[in-house]
Design a protein around this ligand. Structure first.
Ligand SMILES: Cc1cc2nc3c(=O)[nH]c(=O)nc-3n(C[C@H](O)[C@H](O)[C@H](O)COP(=O)(O)OP(=O)(O)OC[C@H]3O[C@@H](n4cnc5c(N)ncnc54)[C@H](O)[C@@H]3O)c2cc1C
Ligand code: SF4
Length: 327
């Protein structure tokens, strides 16, 4: 079946301020577009119907990587994933995560901002309009029932961004701008555990840049997907830790992606790791603790039991990567 885009107005401002003004125009129902690799398919499926797309592709100030005076690595939101994947300026784990996203063609168009602001995904909502009409619209689609958990009253669509768990593990923050001003928030606070209202930012706010602290942190990312050449994560585990000279962990973050509407911090496992050396036994125990509260739903490729079963496996691999990364 050929799915066509609906009609829309396309505007390409040259500055962040101009983009913010356009997004605040009450006469338009606007959405931001980065590379459009997620938004255009959604529009074809009639999951989004903006009258105007505000493209950020002409905003030069939002592209590239720099370092600020506090030593943060600052990644412009319009930086392409293809450039991030080969960058020697960004933390290596960010480049690894970027290189694992989609395919080379998509990475040549897709942006960092679009990845961090990706809408949640679910087998039911990501169907053509005719299919959704025939089977009945779900909660996220304006209906009254969630087909994944019909006895509940919430949406379990999944945050499938590969960069989000890594940015949370690295204790990153994002700068958001609108006509109402600017704010800097931890990446962790960008997400809601709700498949419908999955971001805490308003639709007028532009994610301008991602700031990542640098120095002294080891980090790793492990991703489970069906085809290594293109697919979304079925599970993603980002881990970061700092160690003292004796090799004892002094701080740790473990973040599990693609199992819930927001990246999930495994805080109990993080606390368990502090004060310990990462022996095989400690890694095994931490992996078990981390997977305990994770409850994947049956709304993406492969069954939820398989994804649950793989959580401790990937956590164990990510923690072992931290031991191997002793530089
Ligand atoms: C076949 C296929 C495979 C894919 N595989 C993966 C994968 O493995 N991992 C993965 O993470 N993703 C995957 N994706 C999804 C998508 O391609 C990427 O997440 C990509 O990074 C999205 O970036 P974009 O610039 O194209 O976003 P867009 O499609 O332009 O936008 C996505 C959303 O973000 C909003 N947005 C964009 N930029 C900003 C900004 N600066 N500020 C505020 N809001 C903004 C848009 O309004 C929209 O809601 C895949 C997509 C396809 C089609
Ligand atoms: S989790 Fe439920 S409400 Fe959310 S998109 Fe899927 S079927 Fe719809």
């Amino acid at each position: 079946m050929t799915m066509r885009l609906p009609n829309f107005e396309y505007v390409a401002p040259a500055t962040v301020d101009e983009a913010a003004r356009l997004l605040s125009d009450p006469g338009r129902s606007s959405l931001i577009v980065g590379g459009g690799t997620d938004l255009f398919p959604k529009m074809k499926r009639r999951q989004a119907a903006p009258t105007t797309l505000v493209s950020l592709s002409g905003v030069d100030e939002m592209r590239g990587v720099r370092f600020d005076s506090a030593g943060n690595c600052v990644i412009g939101a319009s930086t392409l994933l293809a450039d991030l994947a080969v960058s020697h300026q960004v933390p290596p784990v960010m480049a690894i995560a970027a290189a694992s996203i989609a395919s080379p063609q998509i990475r040549n168009t897709a942006t960092v901002g679009g990845n961090l602001c990706l809408d949640t995904r679910c087998n039911y909502i990501d169907m053509p309009e005719t299919w959704r009409e025939a089977s009945g619209h779900c909660l996220k689609d304006g209906g009254e029932v969630c087909w994944v958990a019909p006895r509940g009253n919430r949406c379990w669509a999944i945050n499938s961004s590969d960069l989000a768990p890594v940015a949370v593990a690295l204790e990153g923050s994002v700068r958001l701008t609108s006509v109402h001003g600017e704010r800097l928030i931890p990446v962790e606070d960008l997400y809601h555990d709700d498949g419908i209202a999955c971001h805490t930012k308003s639709s007028e706010e532009i994610l301008v840049e991602l700031l990542l602290p640098t120095g002294g942190t080891r980090a790793a990312y492990r991703k489970l997907r069906r085809r290594g050449s293109i697919d979304f994560p079925l599970l993603g585990v980002a881990a970061s830790a700092r160690f003292d000279e004796a090799g004892t962990c002094v701080s740790a973050r473990m973040v599990i992606g693609a199992v819930a509407p927001a990246p999930v911090r495994a805080t109990e496992a993080e606390e368990f790791l502090i004060g310990r050396q990462f022996t095989d036994e400690v890694i095994g125990e931490a992996a078990g603790i981390a997977s305990g509260p994770v409850r994947p739903q049956d709304n993406t490729d492969t069954g939820s039991r398989y994804r649950k079963w793989m959580v401790p496996v990937l956590v164990g691999r990510a923690l072992s990567d931290l031991v191997a990364d002793d530089g």
